[in-house]
Design a protein around this ligand. Sequence first.
Ligand code: FAD
Ligand code: SF4
Length: 358
Amino acid sequence: MTPARSANLTRPLNGRGACHYCGPCERGCQTRSYFNSAFTTVADAIQTGNCTLISNAMVYRVLMDADRNRARGVLYIDRNTRQPHEIYARGIVLCAQAQESVRILLNSANRQHANGLANSSGVLGHYLTAHVRTGGGSGEFPTFDAKPTLGGPKRPLGFYVARFRNTKGGPRSKNFLRGYGFEGDTELSFNWSAPSFGETYKKALRDPRAQVNVQGFGEVLPRWDNYLEIDRKLVDHYGIPVLKIHMSDGPNEQAMIKDMAESAGELLQAAGAKNIRTFANPSAPRWAVHEAGIARMGNDPKKSVLTQFQQTHDVRNLFVMDASGFTSNPCQNPTLTIMALCVRSCDYLMDEMKRGNI
Ligand SMILES: Cc1cc2nc3c(=O)[nH]c(=O)nc-3n(C[C@H](O)[C@H](O)[C@H](O)COP(=O)(O)OP(=O)(O)OC[C@H]3O[C@@H](n4cnc5c(N)ncnc54)[C@H](O)[C@@H]3O)c2cc1C
Ligand code: SF4
């Protein structure tokens, strides 16, 4: 078990303040102390003077120059006026989170690309993965006379137990492939469920509870049957056709979720927890914006959508730089990998532009 890493500044950097550990990062950070693209990469891009940020622009589709098979821009809907606008560019990079980027590609179908743009392989939208997170447990620990408070300062993150199932030399499972890590947190809280009322309740309420929760984050195997398609009958607020998402737990995920609950129980028991409760629930549909794999990378244009540089095989100046390209989605959180690949692909894109290839 290790404290989870968080990207909070410990000293001022580029106009951003050091973290003062106030606690509720989820409410936003006035001192801009945690990593967030709005505070860092976007702000840096604007500072160069080479970036124009157009807010409230819902991209609907990629515009194509059919004669040259080149992307020439995007059509977007202004969220305030709901009017369509076009914007033109030499290269187009979709980076709207995996499902939304794929929605844009599917909504960009035209005469030359009838099944969706960049979908000559037919795999666009298939092999959807997103972590299973519905197995785990909780237990109570001694409080060592600590006093609970409401809204007091706390660490912004909890702890992590790195993957141990099916690792080299680690315990193996006969029932599933791959594995999961545990994310956990602990809370010193009031005894809200104390019995009684009035003065007795107020006293009992102050009897603190230290609960530790652990939750598995498990890898999902890419399957053709987990896929997205455009819903032909439904449009969103802006008139853009929405996605229909097909996703279910396969036998591998079901067995993994069960194992998460069992090993969470063992882990808490070995650590000395009391009142242990475990859970193993069906997982789909998922959340956490960890969706990936629906415009997979590969060398073979017949079996994949993107190259290793997240360039579409079918349209040379069109890129998708989010988790859509992942061919597997291991148990780790995805964002650092998304960012690392995006930097590598941007390097490639700049080189190609300088060479006049794009
Ligand atoms: C509660 C929560 C906690 C998380 N914690 C972690 C964590 O600890 N570690 C980790 O690695 N990951 C974490 N994630 C996942 C992480 O947020 C995602 O992996 C990451 O944000 C994906 O990056 P992205 O650029 O692909 O998409 P996003 O960050 O979602 O960015 C997409 C952008 O595109 C814009 N957009 C969407 N559609 C359109 C459109 N049609 N036109 C124009 N713009 C559009 C959106 O407004 C958004 O700004 C967490 C997610 C959640 C919800
Ligand atoms: S704890 Fe979170 S919200 Fe508070 S200063 Fe640090 S990063 Fe910002």
